[in-house]
Design a protein around this ligand. Structure first.
Ligand SMILES: Nc1ncnc2c1ncn2[C@@H]1O[C@H](COP(=O)(O)OP(=O)(O)OP(=O)(O)O)[C@@H](O)[C@H]1O
Ligand SMILES: [Mg+2]
Length: 161
């Protein structure tokens, strides 16, 4: 059945720069309302990818420095809402943040540690699962849900040579 068709792509990055370039491509292709859910353990490259997305949206001032804020708003071609759920342990805490204006607005949302809030995040999204392969090697599995995200995942699959 077509409904059960599962489309997934895997990309391999060999350096932080390659991950940033992959992010740039996402930022360039992003449309208002897009949701990118990043899943992957500590230090796999979620923020590195987000930095590239910011650049791709024309945002220059993005810094990698650790921050304690849950949501960072940055403004480029489109607004970027960078949401980091790392410090949140309970679903209620995430619900209480009142993220809906970000999640259902006209900006681009990138959510780090999205696995902590999957059940309360938009069901249509591009989930990117990042895995550590070696010192400078990471796997990016693209798991789209919904027509828009199947489309962008297909456009992205050739981004990393
Ligand atoms: N191919 C690669 N892609 C991305 N990062 C890489 C790669 N190879 C090595 N690295 C290194 O891995 C680290 C990734 O850090 P980053 O802050 O992006 O991870 P994170 O997933 O956001 O971590 P956290 O869970 O703490 O938020 C950086 O130090 C980066 O230089
Ligand atoms: Mg991070």
């Amino acid at each position: 059945m077509v409904n059960n068709l599962k489309i997934e792509y895997e990309l391999i990055s060999h350096s932080p720069e390659q991950t940033q370039q992959f992010g740039v491509r996402i930022g360039k292709l992003a449309l208002p309302g897009d949701i990118f859910l990043l899943v992957g353990s500590l230090g796999t490259g979620k923020t590195c990818l987000t930095q590239g997305i910011a650049w791709g949206l024309g945002i220059k001032e993005y810094t990698m420095s650790p921050s304690f804020v849950v949501v960072r708003e940055l403004y480029g071609r489109l607004p970027l809402y960078h949401i980091d759920l790392y410090r949140l342990d309970h679903l209620e805490e995430i619900v209480e943040l009142g993220l809906d204006d970000y999640l259902y607005g006209n900006g681009v949302c990138v959510v780090e540690w999205a696995e902590k809030g999957l059940s309360v995040l938009p069901t249509e999204h591009l989930l990117i699962q990042i895995s550590y392969l070696a010192d400078t090697e990471r796997s990016f599995q693209l798991k789209p849900s919904g027509k828009r995200y199947i489309e962008i995942a297909a456009q992205l699959k050739n981004s990393i040579p």
